[in-house]
Ligand binder design. Structure first.
Ligand code: HEC
Ligand code: HEC
Length: 375
């Protein structure tokens, strides 16, 4: 029954396939099956093979940080679906970020970027943050632009820049375009779940995972309300998008004392909108490759999937001591879909087994996405 829904979804999207125009000689080919919708094209930065190639080198090049200690890939590691093992990130100069580095999975489809921002809709704008932010410093380019650019004055980079942009002269505008193109190319649609739901391979999922899938899509658990669609997040947009859902929710992770019910270090969407109803609202992220991207949540405060499921079953998290003490289950701004449920041990296992079928092993070993300096 559930598969029928996926098939209808895929079929209704069939009409959306349009050739993607590129400026390079060989048109860019998305790593997307033919019957899937294409991401919305970016007129000022169309995809091309040469931009993706240049972007890949830049993504992995530690020369991109002020002290040559970090690249994008330091926090976004391919083996973890471009997330990292730390609960919160650490920048090039050692400053701690307050948030967990999200996986970079199908970002080309994301309607909004980062954990909690309803106005940040373009990767080109988002990429400026790790490059230039000063609080915290991530790559630390601010004030060091010329120093950093001079490191890319090599024949190899000149050649790649020429191919991508018809000029040898790399600058931050082109760096951002190339990095955004590479980030967009990180498509993961080849998990066992995809083989079952879209490639009609009945053997792709175990019986346990199939039972877990039924639970995931049940009204009892409600997971699919916020992690729905082919990308398992409401924050999806593409060329045939029909629904426009607001993907931000307060899930009852906290209920601290004080002015706001969330820790002052991060009140989520409220910081952007100033609307008190938005305190504690964060984006429901994609669950693709979720088995690889622990720790979980915007602050990396949950270690494994078992803990995450217990949290949803309890309808929130109660913290008994410390500065974040409080009963998240009672957070007045909590989403009505976080209502709790009871799972027996087998059902919990089934749900975890289903979530693990969203792991795309080709994605994390694909040489097109890997570190070019290690070839
Ligand atoms: C110091 C670690 C660190 C570095 C270096 C870093 N990032 Fe990130 N990245 C993060 C964190 C943390 C977030 C979440 C930010 C937030 O929610 O406010 C993030 C978010 C993102 C997002 C948004 C993903 C989404 O799902 O919305 C993209 C895209 C991204 N980074 C790409 C890059 C690129 C490209 C680079 C290199 C220029 C880079 N990052 C460098 C830690 C890092
Ligand atoms: C009301 C909407 C909503 C429902 C229902 C929901 N989630 Fe979530 N989910 C979210 C949001 C929002 C986050 C991020 C919360 C944060 O970091 O503050 C999240 C985070 C997660 C994460 C961690 C993701 C990561 O990359 O760190 C997992 C795993 C997860 N949810 C699984 C589930 C499962 C399984 C269910 C069903 C039992 C479920 N969710 C139900 C909204 C929802």
């Amino acid at each position: 029954m559930i598969r029928l829904l996926f098939i209808i979804l895929a079929a209704s999207l069939l009409a959306s396939c349009q050739p993607v125009e590129t400026t390079s000689e060989k048109p860019y080919k998305w790593l997307i099956p033919d019957d899937f919708p294409r991401p919305i094209a970016i007129p000022y930065n169309e995809m091309s093979n040469a931009k993706v190639t240049l972007g890949r080198f830049l993504f992995y090049d530690k020369n991109m940080s002020v002290n040559q200690s970090q690249s994008c890939a330091s926090c976004h590691q391919q083996q973890y679906a471009f997330a990292e093992r730390r609960s919160v990130s650490k920048g090039a100069t050692g400053q701690k970020h307050r948030r967990n580095a999200p996986a970079l999975v199908n970002i080309a489809y994301n309607k909004t970027l980062t954990w909690a921002h309803d106005g940040l809709t373009s990767i080109e704008r988002q990429v400026l943050i790790p490059l230039f932010s000063e609080s915290p410093v991530e790559l630390g380019a601010t004030g060091n632009e010329q120093k950093i650019l001079s490191r890319f004055n090599t024949n190899k980079y000149k050649e790649m820049t020429e191919q991508a942009f018809a000029t040898e002269q790399l600058d931050f505008d082109l760096i951002v375009k190339a990095l955004s193109s590479f980030t967009r190319s990180l498509i993961s649609l080849n998990s066992p779940f995809d083989r079952y739901a879209y490639a009609m391979d009945d053997t792709a999922l175990s019986k346990s995972a199939l039972r877990g899938m039924d639970l995931f899509f049940s009204e009892r658990l409600e997971c699919h309300h916020c992690h729905g669609g082919f990308n398992f997040t409401q924050s999806t947009t593409h060329q045939r998008q029909l629904l426009d859902l607001r993907p931000f929710h307060n899930t009852g992770l906290y209920n601290t004392a004080g002015d706001f019910s969330y820790p002052a270090i991060d009140t989520g969407l409220f910081e952007v909108t100033g609307n008190k109803q938005d305190v504690g609202r964060f984006r429901a992220p994609t669950l693709r490759n979720i088995g690889l991207t622990a720790p979980y949540m915007h602050d990396g405060s949950m270690g494994d999937l078992s803990q995450v499921i217990d949290f949803y079953a309890a309808a929130g998290r109660s913290i008994s001591s410390g500065e974040n003490a409080g009963d998240g289950r009672l957070n007045p701004l909590k989403s009505q879909f976080i209502k709790g449920f009871v799972l027996n041990r087998q059902e919990k296992n089934d749900l975890i087994n289903f979530l693990l079928t969203l792991t795309d092993s080709q994605f994390i070993t694909n040489p097109q996405h890997s570190n070019p300096f290690k070839e």
